[in-house]
Design a protein around this ligand. Structure first.
Ligand SMILES: Nc1ncnc2c1ncn2[C@@H]1O[C@H](COP(=O)(O)OP(=O)(O)OP(=O)(O)O)[C@@H](O)[C@H]1O
Ligand SMILES: [Mg+2]
Length: 276
């Protein structure tokens, strides 16, 4: 089953009589259950692309199917947003209530979920992100990572199929990032389709595929190894390769050739130990 099929999508922001073309001729296919990481320099259109997927921005040009729904079909926008939930960058901007369980229930109430179903669904969503013991807490008493997990629970309570994380770890400390990433990986293992936008290269190592974007275009899609060990490709996309890859090429430039280009620091150590 296809989670997302997009054909020749283009998008232009219009403001003050100025046109700013941001996405150009993007075609993507995402299988249900895939974990896709979207990489690209600032302003290349990553957020714009995912906002088209759940109808936060109107699709203008091209074809798009998200879980068999067309985002242009306004009567089904609510269903689309339930199926395709988003977690944003700033955990503090995502709270609407002063009690965790109320906050997680907010979306359910908006969707007229029968009141008797709500406690169970809230409890289940909080358990999925390991926050079941914080039901009665006020969000401001939580750490950044815990806040993001509550925001995730709010999305999960809606039982979505596709989860989009738009730099959801970028404002967190390392511990918070680890917590959110662990949850994300667990959701992927449960079969959810994941789209993650991030600037941290090490966060995309477990992705099934990377979409590499540059200036509104999809430059290439491929496995993390394929994309991240290609120095020229990353330079073209205005991104810095992972440390291990940079060291591999620096060594190569000075005449030392490792057997293969490592992706992680562990692999780099292995390769260095093999050197005679
Ligand atoms: N609401 C808007 N109105 C006009 N232009 C916008 C708007 N939102 C974004 N843009 C412009 O569209 C381009 C792409 O923005 P977008 O936010 O999709 O990029 P991004 O890849 O998510 O960047 P970042 O890594 O900084 O989050 C940028 O040039 C940005 O200035
Ligand atoms: Mg963005």
């Amino acid at each position: 089953m296809q989670a997302v099929t997009g054909k020749q999508i283009s998008f232009t922001y219009e403001y003050d009589g100025v046109s700013n073309p941001v996405l150009e001729d993007i075609s993507i296919e995402i299988e249900a259950g895939e974990f896709i990481a979207i990489l690209g320099a600032n302003g290349c259109g990553k957020s714009t692309l995912v906002r088209l997927l759940n109808g936060l921005l109107p699709l203008e040009k091209g074809e798009l199917k998200v879980w068999n729904l067309d985002p242009r079909q306004e009567s089904r926008l609510w269903e689309l947003r339930r199926l395709c939930g988003m977690v944003f960058q700033n955990p503090d901007n995502q709270f609407v209530s002063s009690i965790v369980e109320e906050d997680v229930a907010f979306g359910l109430r908006n969707y007229d979920t029968p009141e008797e179903e709500i406690p169970e669904r809230v409890g289940r969503a909080l358990s999925l992100v390991g926050m079941q013991e914080y039901e009665r807490y006020s969000p401001h008493m939580l750490s950044g990572g815990q806040k993001q997990r509550v925001a995730m629970a709010g999305v999960l309570a809606m039982e979505p199929e596709i989860l989009i994380f738009d730099e959801a770890t970028s404002m967190l400390d390392p511990q918070g990032r680890r917590e959110v990433l662990a949850c994300l990986k667990q959701l992927h293992e449960m079969g959810k389709t994941i789209l993650m936008i991030t600037h941290y290269v090490e966060e995309v190592l477990d992705a099934d595929r990377i979409f590499l974007m540059q200036k509104g275009k999809l430059l290439k899609s491929g496995s993390p190894r394929e994309i991240l060990t290609d120095r020229e490709l990353l330079t073209q996309a205005e991104l810095i390769p992972p440390l291990a890859v940079r060291i591999y090429y620096d060594l190569k430039d000075s005449g030392i050739l490792l057997d293969r280009c490592p992706l992680t620091n562990e692999e780099l150590v292995e390769e260095l130990c093999r050197l005679k």
